[in-house]
Ligand binder design. Sequence first.
Ligand code: ZN
Length: 153
Amino acid sequence: MSTLPHCPHCLMPVPGAATLPYPPSAMRCPNCRLIIGAGRARAEAVADEGEARSRGSAAGVLANAARRVQAEVGDREEVLDGLRRTAALVGSGVERLRMLDYQQAADRDPTLLDLSVVLATFTTWKAARAAAATADVAEVAVEEGGGASAQVA
Ligand SMILES: [Zn+2]
């Protein structure tokens, strides 16, 4: 129900902005740090804050930034291996690995392929993650959400 100015990139409400058009001059979004051109804020009506948060996560912004890099397609196995190693590192299942976590890990670990290469190879983060999770399934017996890891052999 909100008609407050929202960032066109991350769709989060722009703090301190109450009316459209906004902003009067180009500004940097405090949430995603991309530039909002003068008058370019949107009256994006979002159902609730939670939805805005999930849609406006830094991940989408990250993906767009990575796609702008003309990355070479990488070796599939190397990409998948990187995803699995990162998932192990952050302690989440590879199917739940967040792009943000991968990006941060790749920043620190030169042996991990750049996120842009992952996306160039698999087109989307979800596809890359799914491929890594699928290839993993043989070893990691289905671990349904929640703490109970029932190893069904
Ligand atoms: Zn933003």
